[in-house]
Structure formats: C-alpha cells, structure tokens
Design a protein around this ligand. Structure first.
Ligand SMILES: [Cu+2]
Length: 504
C-alpha cells in the first residue's frame, strides 16, 4: 500500500498546471476538504468496482479550480483499463458526467493506475471510476467533498508585470488605430494631409474611450467575480459546536456556521443519518486525552441536538461532532466544553467510551492495547510512519488466551470504526474499513438502490462471523503525534483499542 504514494512526475505536473493557472491571473481558491474530518483533506477508499477490488487515493488540489490526483491500486492483475471522471455527488449533474479521462497504467507496476482530474466546483463531489478487465466492466464512485479555505492572491511582481503589459497594449491599440487612419494608404515618402491627421486624432480619441471603457467594464467584472469568491468560499472554517449543560447531565449542542457555504446550504433539521445516527459525537478529555466517548445525540426542536451524558469527571473536553448534510457533504462541528462532574446514565446502545493512559505517558509508537478480555494488536512493520502515505491500518483482536478472537460482531453495521486524532487536536478523522469517506456519502454516490438510509454497503451479514482482523485505509495528513482509537464490538460489548503514533 505504501506504493500508493503520488508519483513525483504527477505531483510536478499538477504544480505546473497550478502555476499556469495562476499566471493567467485567475483568483484561485485554496481547496479544503473536511470529509467528516478536521484537517485531513485527502480521500482514502477501499471498495469494489464490480468484480474488482480497488484501493483509491484522491489527493485534493491545493486550489479550486484545480487538479486532483487520483491513484488507484487494483488488488488483482485482471484490470486492463480504468477511466475516471468527476461529477456532483447528488442532484442535477450527478447523472450527466463529462467525458471521462483515462488513468495511466504504471509500466513497472501494472496493478497501479494514476490520473489527474480538474475539479471545477466546490461542495459534495464524487469521482466515478469505470474499470475494464478480464471479468468485464465494473464501476465505483468515490465521494470527494471539496470546499474553499482561502484565496490565493496574485503576487506583486506578476501583478505589476501584467498591469504594465495591459497598459502597453491599451496605449498601443490607440496609436495603431491613429496610424492606420493617418498613414494607411500613403505611398512611400508621402506625408499625410492635415485632414488625415485630424481624422487620425479623432479616431485615436474614440479608440481611447472604447479601450478605456473595456478596461473599466473588465475591472468591474473582475471585482464582482473576486468579491463573489471572497464572500462565498473564501472563508471556510469548520462549524462550531456550541454547548450548554441542562439539568446537570443533558448536553445541548447547537451548530454555528462560520462560513457562507454552511449558512446557505446546511440546515441541521435536514442532516441525514450516517451509519445509523444523525450525529456521531466524540468527547475527548484534554489536554491529556486519557478519556474518550463516542456518543449519538438525538435531534430535538430547532435543529439542536441533545445527549444525556454518562458519568464523567469534571474537566475540559474537546468536541468533534460528525454530521452529513442533505447533499452528502460531511461536516465536523468542533468546540470545547468545560463540564462539572457529571452523574449520568450508564452507556447504552451504540454509545461507547475509553479510558487509559494520558498522552504524557506515551513513549513514541505503541502497537498493543489491552481490551476488556484480551488485547488488540496493530499489525505494522517497524518502518517509520510517513505523512501523506496511503496505508492499510490493520488490527488483530486476540482473546484472553492470545488466540484470534472469534466473537467479533458488527458495530453500527461495520467491522470497526477508527478515529485518528492528532495530539494538538488539529486533525480528526473518523475512518471505516471502506476508508475515510462518510458512509452516507457513499450511499448517495451509488445512487438510490432502495436500501434504507444509513445502512452502509459494506454491512456484514448478521450470521456470518467477522474475522478477528479489521483494517482501515487511511493516510496521516501531516507529521506529528497522533492517537488512534479503534472500536470494535465483541459479544455485545463495544471495545476500544488505543495506539500512539509518531508520524514523520
Ligand atoms: Cu463510524
């Protein structure tokens, strides 16, 4: 999986494209994906295109419009060709794809394909992947949420050069028009008559007015475009989770958007369920990270959410609350709450908790985590962990005798849920065996299949025992120290493994 890395050539190419666009003087907007995450922009996905199992990485462009790099690894060598095309996730446009591009097959590694796609718009997008191979055709859609974070201004020397060239062209046009009238039909050596000179002056004056008018209108258009960008997409920030404690243990959560995209499109009354719940609320004790809760608040009137908290010690808690808007765009509300000691209810349903060593006790990486009965082992080679590298994070669950556990069952419809949290809290990613995308977005990307909302495609059959291993495709977005929480269900109980990771 390490080879899923971007090839140097592809990266250079995309940078070159970006530079070309910048030179054209477009207002560029830096893209940012939330992806049910904070600070983790790229998409990692594992899924089936018909009979072909694919591992897909989408590196979202730095700017929009901009180029996304798509890397696809096929699990087998039976794939001949792969086509890729970006589309809207849902609504108009989701069924009208532009012409697809061919992903290039690597010569050294025929199971690896790579391609670049222009992403022209913001919001909930998907990349449709069409596979042709020995077993016929197959198709897979990978959700790609993209919003803007900020604009990239033009640099000053380039701006000055362009302004100079524009002035040169404008003045040149006036003189050319004048010269054409004055000297257009003259024989060599003949001097223009005073009538021609006068007419030439009039034409120059008219040309100057016309050129000035064009420049003025162009500027007005430019300013309007720029301010639309500024207003609409310039200011992406994750929505805030505002909290209030009622009756000593009931936590009320209200979302407050911080950017226009949210205000215009998102209504908390219309969020859609993502693996069985409208909201996945994570409370992490800070700064030590020695406690973590994964809860599922109910929606109440006016789009607020409420959770009857379990018993918790007094302290400060970091909030990450995942929701998916009706278009399939995943958002993570962020905030902190200072709570008194809570005398709450016992956990029930899908709610779960973890308590253990704080980050101060962490000594580099860890790969073994005790569970209630047995332990969880992170199956990793001892190579250093690298940022921006697609990996399969695989965890084995052992029973109390050290044998592979045979009592795993689906937890909220899936073999496992993993949360990757950087210790500085700038990164939060809620990941599943199918990858870093929201399951609700996967359903929308697939189109309606008659399955009830909130039911993930990769739902294991109830009577088929789960294997004692669970794996998650993901890549750390930046170097730093992380905590990974891996949640599985055994014999009716949710258990959480915790691993520390140092990423270079
Ligand atoms: Cu989950």
């Amino acid at each position: 999986m390490g080879r899923l890395d971007a090839t140097d050539a592809a990266m250079k190419k995309s940078r070159l494209h970006v530079r070309v666009v910048a030179t054209l003087g477009l207002v560029l907007v830096v893209a940012f994906t939330t992806n049910a995450h904070v600070g983790s922009p790229d998409v990692y996905y594992e899924g089936d295109a018909g009979p072909y199992r694919l591992y897909v990485t989408v590196r979202v462009p730095q700017v929009i419009p901009g180029i996304a790099e798509i890397q696809i690894r096929s699990a087998d060598s039976d794939v001949r060709a792969i086509q890729i095309v970006p589309m809207r996730l849902s609504g108009p446009g989701s069924n009208l794809p532009p012409a697809p591009d061919l992903a290039l097959q690597s010569k050294q590694d025929p199971q690896f394909f790579a391609g670049s796609l222009w992403l022209m718009e913001f919001g909930a997008l998907k990349v449709r992947i069409t596979v042709d191979g020995i077993k016929g055709k197959g198709e897979l859609s990978v959700p790609v949420p993209a919003v803007a974070q900020r604009t990239l201004g033009m640099n000053r020397p380039l701006g000055a050069l362009l302004a100079f060239l524009m002035a040169f062209l404008a003045v040149g046009l006036v003189f050319i028009a004048g010269a054409a009238v004055r000297e257009g039909n003259l024989a060599p050596g003949e001097t223009p008559s005073s009538g021609r000179v006068r007419r030439a002056r009039i034409v120059m004056a008219i040309t100057a007015v016309v050129v000035g008018g064009i420049l003025f209108l162009g500027r007005a258009w430019w300013d309007a475009e720029a301010s639309t960008y500024q207003r609409d997409v310039n200011m992406f920030k994750p929505p805030l989770a505002e909290t209030k404690l009622e009756n000593g243990s009931r936590l009320m959560i209200r979302a407050r958007g911080q950017d226009p995209l949210w205000s215009r499109y998102v209504k908390m009354e219309q969020v859609i369920p993502d693996h069985n719940h409208l909201m996945h609320l994570f409370l992490i004790g800070v700064p030590g990270m020695e406690r973590m809760w994964h809860l599922h608040p109910e929606r109440i009137e006016g789009g607020a959410f409420a959770e009857d908290l379990p018993s918790m010690p007094a302290g400060r808690y970091q909030i990450f609350a995942d929701i998916v808007d009706k278009d399939g765009f995943p958002w993570t509300l962020v905030g902190t709450a200072d709570l008194p000691e809570i005398h709450g209810m016992a956990l029930s349903g899908d709610d779960s908790e973890w308590a253990g060593a704080g980050v101060a006790a962490a000594e580099g990486d860890s790969d073994i985590s005790p569970l209630g009965g047995g332990r969880m082992v992170w199956l990793r080679n001892r190579q250093p962990l690298r940022a921006n590298t697609a990996m399969n994070f695989t965890f084995a669950v052992e029973d109390k005798d050290g044998k592979p556990a045979n009592d795993l069952e689906p937890y909220m419809g899936m073999a496992g849920h993993a949360e990757f949290v950087s210790k500085d809290l700038s990164v939060f990613a809620h990941v599943h065996p199918s990858g870093s995308v929201s399951m609700a977005a996967v359903e929308l990307a697939r189109g309606s299949t008659g399955m009830p909302a909130g039911m993930p495609m990769a739902m294991p059959l109830a009577n088929v025992p789960l294997t004692p291993k669970v794996s998650f495709p993901y890549g750390f977005p930046q170097p730093g120290e992380y905590r990974i929480f891996v949640q599985i269900k055994r014999g009716g109980r949710v258990e959480t493994g915790m691993f520390d990771a140092v990423v270079e």
